[in-house]
Write a protein that binds this ligand. Sequence first.
Ligand code: 13P
Ligand code: SF4
Length: 306
Amino acid sequence: MSELIEKLNRLKKERNAVILAHYYQNAEIQDVADFMGDSLALAQEAKKISADVILFCGVHFMAETAKILNPTKTVLVPDMDAGCSLADSAPPELFRKWVDEHHDHVVISYINCSADVKAMSDIICTSSNAHKIVNSVPLDTPICFAPDKYLGSYLAKKLGRDMVLWNGSCQVHEIFSESEVINLMHQFPDAAVLAHPECPENILDYADFIGSTTAIIKEATTSAKNDIIVLTESGIIHQLKKIAPHKNYIPVPSLEGCACNECPYMKLNTIAKMVSALETLQPEIIMDESLRLRTLRPLERMLELS
Ligand code: 13P
Ligand code: SF4
């Protein structure tokens, strides 16, 4: 591995590249990243990058967002198959029909969606700014929220706002077992339960804190609690251990259980694929310019409001 990492660092210099990575990446990728963040922070960082190449270690919609916001850069991904079940739950042709059926609604789309869906939306949001974005819409204006029905219903309940919801979900956050959460809460009665808002309501009901990956990291590492039950993808635990190694982080299901709290798309990326991407400048995110311009408007609206 150390030889591969040396090669990666050499290629990074030769290509004038920057590595951006999401918290759900494998530990070894987190350790070589130049910048780590949640979806919003990664988008904000990507927009500012002056290096020639962005090697984006996350999933496709995140790298695509980087390309939309910083189009003159070469945006590479380690594996083009690193998709997202939530983004896939909103096929553009069905989404078009839904938007047309609700033409008097403001359409807010979670950033976990394709460029085509973004282009049909009025504003984009992430889990860290969704409250602000929904609250920016006048109270008398109806809202359509897509594609995550769980984030949508969490926001609707929290903000007292009726919204028409798209029926999409994330396969990782949807699968947490309620009985496993209850077991762990009995085993660790003083634990803080921290959850991502992509979890269903029956899981969020147990959470002491609900937030984006960055917000969860901040809460876990600064809270007075020592035991932390983590209701999001398990990759985040590597980052938590780096920041506050003395604490006890408990993934759900337990480590002895299945690996269904791992995002199979995020985990497609490897150091070897990163080396190959910098060597060959492939796979590269390529975008049609007219589609890019249509996606830029709702993304810029989000960035202005964040
Ligand atoms: P964050 O914006 O909280 O990083 O979430 C991204 C994601 O894909 C969660 O599944
Ligand atoms: Fe998509 Fe879920 Fe993976 Fe996040 S964890 S990238 S929402 S499939």
